[in-house]
Design a protein around this ligand. Sequence first.
Ligand SMILES: O=C(O)C(=O)C[C@]1(C(=O)O)C=C[C@@H](O)C=C1
Length: 274
Amino acid sequence: MGSTVLYLGPTGTYTHQAAHNLFGDDVVYTQKSTIRDVFESLSPGQIGVVPKENSTFGAVVEMYDCLRDTSRPYFVRGVTALSIQHCLLVRKGTRLEDIDCIMSHEQALGQCSGYIRQHFPNATTKKTRSTAAAAQELLHSPRAAAICSKLCATLVEDTVILEEGVQDIKDNYTRFFIITTSECTAIPPIPSAEQTIALLRLTGPISKCLAALELDITSIDRRPSLTGSPFQDTYFLEVFLPDAKMARHQIDNALERVRNTGAEIDLVGLWTSV
Ligand SMILES: O=C(O)C(=O)C[C@]1(C(=O)O)C=C[C@@H](O)C=C1
């Protein structure tokens, strides 16, 4: 039997599709109802797939909040991207003019906020745990619509798509992290390229730390650190390492330089990417 892959479910989420594109039918899939559940249920030897960022709406905050937790070991092993084309799904018989509530994951509501404002100015919005969870809720909500993938129309009985491509920016992509509890967990090969990227978690004075790091930073995300000092932040830095063979050595030296400034820094991911 192949590895177990935990993903944000239920069946039909974009995360499920991203996981399936990567691992196909060679693994055992286990759905979890929130991103936090994926992190907290992950056992040694298992693989998790969680959304990380969207090209229209930005960082997936819940994911970064889980990575901020230093009490459990997580390690990012790779990244995969998926084109996100949202549909407006309703129960059969519901017309556009009947819709009084739009349900979806907050990321999808954000990616479609212009569309919702323009077409449903009087509707309420309801956040659900995932896009596919919103599709399932239609069974109990005859006047609501769900924003979700086309696939959900085939998975949830008695539903029909009223509109396709309802995201505000047509070229819309989400990236997903592949996580394990340890850097050493064996995982099926992930398509990769020559670029080596490391993910660092840093808590400390940012300008001093960046000066000590001396690496090529490709992205920075920031969340409150929860260390007890108000407005102290934890930063997630993605750094590009031009020489894959020297990557580990370069990172270890950089971590030492930053720790010497008194800051806290950890390596929480290392992968090759396109
Ligand atoms: O709800 C889903 O279908 C998910 O897989 C989550 C998620 C996200 O959190 O970004 C994934 C892709 C889309 O951006 C919308 C929602």
